[in-house]
Design a protein around this ligand. Structure first.
Ligand SMILES: [Mg+2]
Length: 278
C-alpha cells in the first residue's frame, strides 16, 4: 500500500503572508524542498491540502490561488519535488464545504483515488485544524510545525495538541517521519500503557516518545529537559515499572537530530547516557 504525506500550504511550505494572492510574494520556508525530496525518495506520495477561505471571502480569486499554486509547485519541481494533487477548499469558514479542514474528506478522496494507506500516512500543518484533519482521517501521526501560526498554537493551545508531535519545521518533520517509518513500532498495548504512565502533572502529551530498537524508548520533549538527567532516569524507571522490558532515554532536540543522522550517532549517545547514569 502506498504511503502519503499531506501538507498544509501557507505557514507550512511557504511563509505565512495573510491571504497570499500574488505569486511574487511567495517565499518558501527554508529546508522544505530538501525535506520533501527525502520523503519522496522514501516512497511517500505528496499532497497539498489547503483551506483557501480568501476566495470565499472575496479577497482573491480562484485563478489567483491557482497562480500561487503553480508558482509554488514550479519552485519545488526545480528540486525534483512532485505533488500528486492539490486539494483546496475555497469556501468562507461559515459556508458549507465538502472538504474544508478539519474535515478529513480530501484525505479520503486521495485514499480512494491513489490507493493510499492512511494509517501509514502523515499530516503536517501549522494549525489545530491541520492536526484534527489528520486525526479525523486516521493518519499515523499529525505533526505541528512551529512555522506560520504553529509556535502560537503550541503556546496557546498546548492542551489541545493531543498526540501530535511538535517540530520546528517541515525539515524536522521529515526527520521524524523517516525515523518513525524505519523504527519498529511499539506494540499497541504497551503504547497505551506507556501513554497512561505519562499522564499527570509533570508530563503531558507534549513529551513524545519514539520507540527505537533494543527496547529503548526515546523521549523527545517539546523543550529540552531542564533538570538533571539522572533525575529523569529515576522518574522514568518508576513510570516504566509495569513495562520492565523497556529502557528509556531522554534526548534534547540536538541529540535527537543526531539520532536521525546516523546509527553511529545513536550508539554514541546511548553510551553517553549510560555513562552519565553510572
Ligand atoms: Mg497553514
Amino acid at each position: 500500500m502506498t504511503r502519503a504525506v499531506f501538507l498544509d500550504r501557507d505557514g507550512t511550505l511557504n511563509v505565512e503572508k495573510e491571504y497570499l494572492r500574488d505569486p511574487a510574494e511567495l517565499e518558501l520556508i527554508p529546508g522544505v524542498p530538501e525535506a520533501l525530496n527525502r520523503l519522496q525518495d522514501a516512497g511517500f506520495k505528496l499532497f497539498i491540502v489547503t483551506n483557501q477561505s480568501g476566495i470565499g471571502r472575496g479577497y482573491y480569486t480562484l485563478e489567483d490561488m491557482h497562480r500561487v499554486n503553480t508558482h509554488l509547485t514550479g519552485l519545488l519541481a526545480l528540486h525534483g519535488v512532485r505533488f500528486e494533487k492539490i486539494y483546496f477548499a475555497p469556501e468562507a469558514p461559515e459556508a458549507p464545504s465538502r472538504g474544508r479542514k478539519p474535515s478529513p474528506q480530501f484525505l479520503f478522496d486521495a485514499r480512494d483515488e491513489f490507493g493510499l494507506d492512511l494509517a501509514q500516512s502523515y499530516m503536517i500543518g501549522d494549525k489545530l485544524i491541520d492536526l484534527e484533519c489528520g486525526w479525523n482521517a486516521g493518519v499515523k501521526q499529525s505533526i505541528l510545525v512551529r512555522t506560520g501560526y504553529g509556535a502560537k498554537i503550541e503556546l496557546e493551545s498546548g492542551d489541545k495538541l493531543g498526540r501530535a508531535i511538535v517540530v520546528s519545521d517541515v525539515a524536522e518533520a521529515a526527520n521524524v517521519i523517516l525515523h518513525l517509518t524505519n523504527a519498529p513500532s511499539l506494540p499497541p498495548e504497551d503504547r497505551e500503557a506507556l501513554f497512561r504512565t505519562m499522564e499527570g502533572k509533570r508530563w503531558t502529551w507534549r513529551d513524545k516518545f519514539i520507540y527505537a530498537p533494543n527496547n529503548t524508548i526515546w523521549f523527545h520533549g517539546s523543550r529540552p529537559w531542564q533538570g538533571d538527567l539522572n533525575e529523569f532516569h529515576d522518574i522514568m524507571a518508576k513510570r516504566l515499572e509495569k513495562l520492565p522490558k523497556y529502557r528509556s532515554y531522554y534526548s534534547t532536540a540536538e541529540q535527537y537530530q543526531r539520532v536521525f543522522d546516523d546509527t553511529a550517532g545513536l550508539v554514541a549517545i546511548l553510551k553517553q547516557l549510560i555513562d552519565a547514569k553510572k
